[in-house]
Write a protein that binds this ligand. Structure first.
Ligand code: HEM
Ligand code: HEM
Length: 177
């Protein structure tokens, strides 16, 4: 089912951002030594990726723009109805709940970066309990978002019979089946 029927969904900037962020979050949550230089730099990499993505949300391609996925109740109902009838349009971008997750992820990465940076760079704040607890809480919340996110992607993909994972890899979506 390759060929002309597939449509362009995610541009290279969105895909590069996505896999950079996913890798950075995974590695900083599970692999690096908390507070090590590697941990801190990978955290800054995640923050830089988010900064680029925010700019791209204003100047990027159609589905990348924030204006194209503003969440609303009307859009939510529309999306749920389309899921039930398995008629989510082939060329659709983010759904309204996915949009909320995106903003939550941006916020959590920002909180991690600010708390981590203050802790590391301001001598008087080294060992500050509030910063450490906030950082830890944000890290767990981010990881929870990621798990719910991946589970939702798979549920929507198979229940709604619409390719989601492939377009985030290749950029293009093919008709289901
Ligand atoms: C994607 C971003 C990040 C994630 C997912 C993340 C995750 C974590 C996790 C899970 C911990 C262990 C928390 C605990 O159990 O106490 C931790 C600790 C720490 N992180 Fe991050 N982090 C991120 C970004 C950063 C950045 C940007 C910095 C600094 C510039 C930083 C500095 C630290 C420090 C100093 C600790 C140790 C705090 C302590 O001594 O308790 N992190 N981080
Ligand atoms: C720590 C792990 C992850 C994080 C933090 C994360 C975060 C995000 C973010 C922020 C977006 C919005 C992209 C944008 O508009 O620029 C997104 C979209 C997406 N992600 Fe992830 N992601 C993670 C892991 C994964 C994995 C493992 C998969 C594959 C199963 C995946 C599949 C997708 C898909 C398919 C979309 C597009 C959803 C749609 O069609 O609306 N993500 N993710």
């Amino acid at each position: 089912m390759n060929g002309p029927a597939s449509v362009e969904i995610w541009d290279p900037v969105v895909r590069g951002f996505h896999w950079t962020l996913a890798t950075a979050v995974l590695v900083d949550y599970w692999v690096t030594d908390p507070g090590s230089d590697l941990h801190n730099w990978i955290g800054y990499l995640a923050a830089a990726a988010v900064a680029v993505r925010i700019v791209w949300g204003f100047v990027g391609t159609r589905h990348a723009r924030f204006a194209s996925f503003a969440p609303s109740r009307a859009r939510l109902h529309e999306h749920l109805a389309a899921l039930q009838t398995r008629t989510v349009p082939l060329d659709s971008g983010h759904n309204p709940v996915g949009a909320l997750m995106i903003y939550a992820v941006f916020l959590l990465v920002a909180v991690l970066t600010v708390t981590g940076w203050l802790h590391e760079e301001i001598d008087a704040l080294f060992g500050n309990a509030f910063l450490q607890e906030t950082h830890e809480l944000a890290a767990h919340a981010l990881w929870l978002c990621a798990i719910v996110h991946v589970a939702s992607v798979l549920v929507v993909q198979y229940v709604g019979r619409i390719e989601l994972v492939r377009p985030m890899i290749t950029g293009r979506r093919r008709p289901w089946g």
